[in-house]
Design a protein. Structure first.
Length: 442
């Protein structure tokens, strides 16, 4: 019996009826206005979609079903004697809005183990790619290759009732989440470890088993880091590029394999998930340029000014929505304080926290001069031996899959329609302005 699916069905049917009644009574109510700057500025801040799993507040940060990251580190189930939350517990929370018990989180982990077998043709396809193919290209392609297993696509071809879309979407999502760590670890070992693969350990939880299959270290603290990493990167409401892309493609009734692969392509962009790779490259470039991994504050300040004078940004600083230090950054900093002593790259990250924000603020470079999640993650991974920063965004992708797939199940359960916003030409905008100006003068 699938206890998570049963609980989701109860929640979804209730919210579906509630939303339909609300739309019937209040559907014409205006809740926001759009400015020309937003139309030209990438729809920044426009309220235009429903995303059940998380919400981002500019000052409080991300909340998963109302819970902050700080709260989740206390509330979510953990392994015996562990400090970090189990990502399985977060997926449960995002899907049904309840903090799971340890038994429920363990059930979900065991369910994913049952579904974890990757199609052989996926590995064959990966092995056929050039060895220097970017890991994100391999990851997106591997996800798409598994579309041959799509339950949603099969049931849709058979004539599934639209009220049951969510059920098939749920099954595909559960299968994908079960298999993604194995696929990602295979890509890592193929690309960076001479194809010497490591078999899954059925005794480990989802995040720890992923760390085990990566095989970058035998330090047990790395298992804890992976649990935290997979938890804090899982979702960031629906407007970010990878989430919105997954939602958009899913709104066409493309199955989760098509949708997630598309979302991962968005995550691979340097203005989105690839930023974690850019951060560590910039820090290592500074270390090489200065000839020391223990630079002084003055040396760091000079290097920052040099970067800015070249028309470049300081990677890892600033965020489209947040107006304070990213709580995901702070969670990683707390982890480092608990687990790591005297790491030079981590020390540089902490120095940057003190130097960059006031410098950017004084220059008026960004509205939010504080660090985002990418500013810290690479330093932690490097500490434990994962120095292959080209792979970092794949780690991000495995985590982000939990949020976007959970949200996708909700979209199908609530009957969300094909997304189709209205576009304008520049001429049309000019005509709107002229008409408005004319009416004002009259």
């Amino acid at each position: 019996m699938d206890i998570l699916k049963q609980k989701f069905q109860e929640k979804a049917e209730a919210l579906f009826k509630e939303n339909r009644a609300m739309l019937k009574e209040n559907g014409d109510m205006v809740i926001d206005q759009t400015t020309i700057s937003q139309v030209f500025g990438g729809m920044r801040g426009m309220k235009s979609m429903i995303w059940e799993t998380s919400e981002l507040d500019a000052f409080e940060g991300i909340r998963f079903r109302g819970n902050s990251i700080r709260q989740l580190r206390k509330l979510l189930p953990k392994v015996e004697g562990g400090k970090e939350p189990l990502p399985e517990g977060l997926f449960w929370l995002m899907l049904v809005g309840e903090i799971p018990s340890k038994r429920e989180a363990t059930w979900l982990g065991e369910e994913w183990k049952k579904r974890a077998e990757v199609p052989k043709h996926t590995f064959t396809m990966l092995d056929a790619l050039p060895i220097d193919t970017h890991p994100m290209t391999q990851f997106s392609t591997a996800i798409l290759s598994m579309q041959t297993e799509s339950i949603f696509a099969q049931r849709y071809a058979e004539g599934i009732n639209k009220k049951d879309y969510w059920d098939a979407y749920y099954e595909d999502s559960m299968n994908l989440l079960a298999r993604l760590p194995r696929v990602a670890a295979y890509i890592y070992r193929r690309t960076y470890r001479n194809g010497e693969h490591i078999e899954p350990n059925p005794e480990l939880d989802w995040g720890a088993n992923f760390a085990h299959m990566l095989g970058v270290t035998d330090n047990p603290d790395f298992l804890s880091l992976m649990r935290l990493y997979l938890t804090i990167h899982a979702d960031h409401e629906g407007g970010n590029a990878s989430a919105h892309t997954t939602h958009l493609v899913g709104s066409t009734l493309a199955d989760p394999y098509y949708s997630l692969s598309a979302g991962m392509n968005a995550l691979a962009g340097p203005l989105h998930g690839l930023a974690n790779q850019e951060v560590i490259k910039w820090i290592l470039g500074m270390v090489e340029d200065l000839g020391t991994d223990t630079p002084s504050n003055d040396q760091i300040t000079d290097y920052i000014n040099k970067t800015l004078s070249e028309g470049k940004v300081i990677p890892g600083y600033g965020h489209a929505v947040l107006r304070q230090a990213d709580p995901r950054y702070m969670a990683q900093r707390i982890f480092a304080e608990d687990y790591i002593d005297n790491d030079p790259i981590v020390s540089i990250v902490w120095k940057l926290f003190n130097i960059v924000p006031p410098l950017l603020h004084d220059l008026g470079k960004v509205k939010n001069p504080w660090p985002n999640v990418d500013a810290h993650s690479g330093a932690l991974l490097m500490h434990y031996g994962m120095k292959d920063f080209g792979f970092y965004t794949v780690l991000f992708g495995v985590s982000r899959a939990m949020g976007v797939l959970a949200a996708g199940v909700w979209s199908r359960a609530l009957g969300m329609p094909l997304e189709r916003p209205k576009s304008l030409t520049s001429l049309a905008v000019k005509q709107i302005i002229e008409k408005s100006t004319s009416n004002t003068k009259d």
